[in-house]
Design a binder for this molecule. Sequence first.
Ligand SMILES: [Zn+2]
Ligand SMILES: [Zn+2]
Length: 210
Amino acid sequence: MTSTKVDEAKAALERGQFDAAFRLSEEAQTEQPEDPAAREMYAVVHLARAIRLSDRAREARRQDLLRREIEYDEEFQDSPEVARAYDEAAQDSPEVARAYDEAAAAIDDVLRVAPDNWKARMLKAALVFRRDRESGRPQALEILEALAAADPTNKQIPFTIRKIERPCARCSDTGFCPHCKGRGQRRFLRMDRKCEQCYGRGICPACGVL
Ligand SMILES: [Zn+2]
Ligand SMILES: [Zn+2]
């Protein structure tokens, strides 16, 4: 019976019916929590959702910065007023905070069923780090160090640890792209153009590797 639900979930995924796949993977997992196929399907489907929600949280923050429309004239970049306005903008609105909460909950859904899921653990490290440097850095490093210990052949993880273990000088450790101040676009000759440094994502190219 469970294998049927897993098969159905797989078929739904292939048809691009994500909601159906999501529901079926939940049912399969609830019916037979110990079944490896059901667990794997649950992890795959829930991870896809967690990735989408993490991207949405990042995008919500960028949109928020854009909405507040801090005019960031290059000439006044270092003036205290602009720096203060920018600090205020860096505080997440309730909407952005909610988007981060939802993404965190979605990742925890995956980890509850598949605690060793490598991608979900990476995603969690990235999310906590991106959300709040101060509390997120030690948490992210703890996850990354555990992953590095579990797979010493992986070169990507030590690289990532080195990138994030110290406050980033490029972005004053705000995590925002210093070229567009997190907006993902720059104004040039009265036209908004996609920021090429961060590919329009608004995150610092140096420490945004995570
Ligand atoms: Zn940075
Ligand atoms: Zn940028």
